[in-house]
Design a protein around this ligand. Structure first.
Ligand SMILES: C[S@@+](CC[C@H](N)C(=O)[O-])C[C@H]1O[C@@H](n2cnc3c(N)ncnc32)[C@H](O)[C@@H]1O
Length: 245
């Protein structure tokens, strides 16, 4: 397979080309099933290519297919960013139950400027989850720091509650885009130089950009041609600056 490339296709088609354990680490944010197509107000661009308003059963089945295939192709960890909100409430808990053996860690991303509650008597959602899944018996690897396979000493050197401060100017207007801290944090702490990072929902290319900056190889899938073009434009200057691989 060609590396350092975003495949403009369904991630299941991309993964079908991958042998087992092909990628080292996955960092991704799947569709949340919150009706983002419908919510597109013209101010912020969301999705056009697929239905973000499946029934709960359909969304659960779809997500299981994605996670099963990711577990097959991933050698180490899968970092799965999701917010539990109205369109997917309950499903996230079903998923955790289904993958309780593979769930290795839960990170909470505490938002700097959370949206206020829009429903009376209900709290606003001020956080997102980043679940770390890996195979039942993942290959062990040690990092110089921040390794949760390596906590035998009882020391926890990283914090599961992350409070980032930065955001990206480049992807303003794309309400779903990762803030750059997110892929950066997991790339820095849970992968090594030269590792292959995969984002099966590449969107505007944030994972690819940060992987490249941190000298990792990368690969992505994205259904929308518009986002693939946008991501390629965003990554191009970095690829040109650093012909590393
Ligand atoms: C939450 S967004 C990801 C945003 C991304 N992290 C970024 O920084 O821009 C989810 C993306 O997944 C894409 N998508 C949805 N289903 C897909 C599939 N089966 N295969 C590949 N991409 C898909 C959507 O087009 C959308 O761009």
């Amino acid at each position: 397979m060609e590396l350092n490339k975003i495949y403009n296709e369904s991630n299941l088609d991309t993964m079908a080309k991958m042998p087992d354990c092909f990628v080292d680490v996955v960092i991704t944010s799947p569709p949340y099933n919150i009706g983002a197509n419908r919510l597109n107000s013209g101010k912020s661009k969301t999705y056009d290519e697929y239905n973000d308003e499946l029934t709960k059963e359909e969304y659960f089945e779809q997500t299981k297919i994605w996670i099963d295939e990711l577990l097959r192709v991933t050698k180490y960890h899968i970092f799965w960013n999701v917010q539990e909100i109205s369109g997917n409430k309950g499903i996230v808990q079903f998923l955790l139950n289904t993958y309780s053996e593979q769930l290795k860690e839960t990170f909470i991303w505490a938002k700097k400027n959370p949206q206020a509650s829009i429903v009376e008597h209900m709290a606003g959602s001020a956080y997102e989850y980043i679940f770390c899944f890996s195979k039942d018996q993942p290959e062990k690897r040690s990092f110089t720091h921040c390794d949760f396979n390596n906590r035998v000493s009882g020391q926890q050197v990283y914090n599961c509650i992350i409070k980032p401060s930065n955001s990206n100017a480049e992807t303003k207007g794309h309400s779903f885009a990762f803030d750059e801290w997110m892929p950066s944090y997991f790339i820095k702490h849970f992968s090594k130089e030269g590792d292959l990072i995969y984002d099966p929902f590449m969107g505007t290319g944030t994972t690819a950009k940060m992987a490249h900056i941190y000298k990792r190889r990368w690969i992505g899938s994205e259904l929308s041609k518009e986002y693939v073009d946008l991501a390629n434009k965003r990554i191009e200057p970095y690829l040109n600056q650093m012909s590393l691989f």
